[in-house]
Design a protein around this ligand. Structure first.
Ligand SMILES: Cc1cc2nc3c(=O)[nH]c(=O)nc-3n(C[C@H](O)[C@H](O)[C@H](O)COP(=O)(O)O)c2cc1C
Length: 341
C-alpha cells in the first residue's frame, strides 16, 4: 500500500469525526486549564487538528476575550470546554453562542439539562464526557451530539476506569453519535486501533501541552520531557472520611506535601481542633492555584503538574504540526506494514 492509500484509509476511518469537527484530522486537543488558550488552540486548528479553549475558572468577560482573540488567529473551527460546576455556566454558554462557537464541550460531571438545551437551542454542537455505558446512553438520549470517553490514564481529573476497558464497554454500543477516545494516547498506531474499534477520533492533552506553541513555562515542558509514564500518578487520599478528587499529575514535592497536609488535617480533626467541614475545606483548598503556579510560573516542584501517563511519549518540544504529522505518519505506517505482511 502506498502512503497516499494509507492516508485515504485513515481518512475513511475517521470520516465521521472529521465531518463532526469540521477539521482535516479527527485529532482533538483536550482542553487544559491555563494551557489551552488562544495560542495553542489556534495552532492546533491551523495545523489540521481541533483545538478546544479551556474556560476553567474564567468568568464570562475573560472567556469572551479569549474566544475573540482565538478567532483572530484562526479561521478553522475550534471548541470551548466549560466546567459544569462553574457558578456562571449559563452566562458562559451564552458567550459561546454569541461568538458562534460551533462546539461546546461540557466537562466535570453530567451536564445539567438546562445547559444542554441552551447549547443545542443556540445551534452549537454539544460534546460530553461519558464515564460509563449507562451514562453514555443517557447523554445521547438527552441530546449530546458526541461523546468523549476518557480513561484513567489521562492527565488532570480522572475516573477510575482505563481507556482499554471503557472502549470495549462503550464503542460497540454507542452508534448514534461519534465517540472520541482519550487518555494515555501518544502514538498513531494506538489511535488507529481505536478507530478500527469504532471510535470517530481521538483526544490528546499531554502531548500538546509540551508543544512549542503552548504558553506553558519552559520548566513545565522540561518536566514532561524528563518524566516517564510511572511518574504521572493520581492524587492520593489518606482517609475515606475526607474524599480527595483523583487528579493525575507528576509526583513532586507538592504531592508529598499534600500527604503531610492531609495527615496533619486528620490529626487536627481527630483532636477536635477542626470540625468535619473545616477539615474537608482545608484539604480541598490545598491545590487552589497550584496548576497556574506550575504552568505559568514554572514552579514544577510545589505546583500541580497535571499530566497523563502518555507523558513518557513526550521526548522533545515539537510544534503542533510536527506532533500531528507524527501521529498521522505512525497510523499510516501501521496500515502500510499490515498490507505488506
Ligand atoms: C495540564 C492538564 C490540564 C487539564 N485541564 C482540563 C480541563 O480544564 N478540562 C478538561 O475537561 N480536561 C482537562 N484535562 C484533560 C485533557 O483535556 C485530556 O482529556 C487529557 O489530557 C487526555 O489524556 P492525555 O493527557 O494522556 O492525552 C487536562 C489535562 C492536563 C494534562
Amino acid at each position: 500500500m502506498e502512503r497516499s492509500a494509507a492516508r485515504a484509509r485513515l481518512d475513511a476511518l475517521w470520516a465521521r469525526g472529521t465531518a463532526f469537527l469540521g477539521s482535516e484530522t479527527a485529532l482533538l486537543a483536550g482542553a487544559m486549564s491555563w494551557v489551552s488558550e488562544r495560542h495553542l488552540v489556534s495552532a492546533i486548528s491551523n495545523a489540521g487538528g481541533f483545538g478546544v479553549i479551556a474556560c476553567g475558572s474564567m468568568g464570562p468577560e475573560l472567556l469572551e476575550k479569549e474566544i475573540a482573540a482565538t478567532l483572530a488567529m484562526t479561521t478553522k473551527p475550534f471548541g470551548v470546554n466549560l466546567i459544569t460546576m462553574h457558578p456562571q455556566l449559563d452566562d458562559l454558554v451564552r458567550v459561546c453562542l454569541a461568538a458562534k462557537v460551533g462546539h461546546v464541550v461540557l466537562a466535570g460531571g453530567i451536564p445539567p439539562g438546562s445547559a444542554v438545551r441552551a447549547v443545542k437551542d443556540g445551534g452549537a454542537k454539544l460534546v460530553a464526557f461519558a464515564p460509563a455505558l449507562v451514562l453514555a446512553k443517557r447523554l445521547v438520549r438527552s441530546g449530546a451530539d458526541a461523546i468523549i470517553i476518557e480513561g484513567s490514564e489521562a492527565g488532570g481529573h480522572i475516573g477510575p476506569v482505563s481507556l482499554t476497558v471503557l472502549a470495549q464497554e462503550i464503542l460497540p454500543f454507542i452508534k448514534d453519535v461519534p465517540v472520541f477516545v482519550a487518555g494515555g494516547l501518544g502514538r498513531g498506531e494506538a489511535i488507529l486501533s481505536y478507530l478500527e474499534m469504532g471510535a470517530a477520533g481521538a483526544q490528546l492533552g499531554t502531548r500538546f501541552a509540551a508543544a512549542a506553541e503552548s504558553i506553558a513555562h519552559a520548566n513545565f515542558k522540561q518536566a514532561f520531557i524528563r518524566a516517564s509514564a510511572r511518574d504521572a500518578i493520581p492524587s492520593i487520599q489518606l482517609d475515606e472520611r475526607f474524599p480527595v478528587i483523583p487528579v493525575r499529575g507528576l509526583a513532586n514535592a507538592g504531592t508529598k506535601r499534600f500527604l503531610a497536609h492531609q495527615a496533619e488535617t486528620l490529626r487536627r480533626f481527630d483532636s477536635g481542633e477542626l470540625n468535619k467541614e473545616q477539615a474537608q475545606l482545608s484539604i480541598e483548598h490545598f491545590w487552589a492555584g497550584a496548576l497556574r503556579r506550575a504552568v505559568i510560573d514554572g514552579d514544577v516542584e510545589q505546583g500541580s503538574v497535571m499530566a497523563g501517563q502518555s507523558v513518557g511519549m513526550v521526548t522533545a518540544v515539537q510544534t503542533v504540526a510536527e506532533v500531528i504529522a507524527e501521529l498521522v505518519g505512525q497510523a499510516e505506517d501501521a496500515l502500510m506494514a499490515r498490507s505488506a505482511a
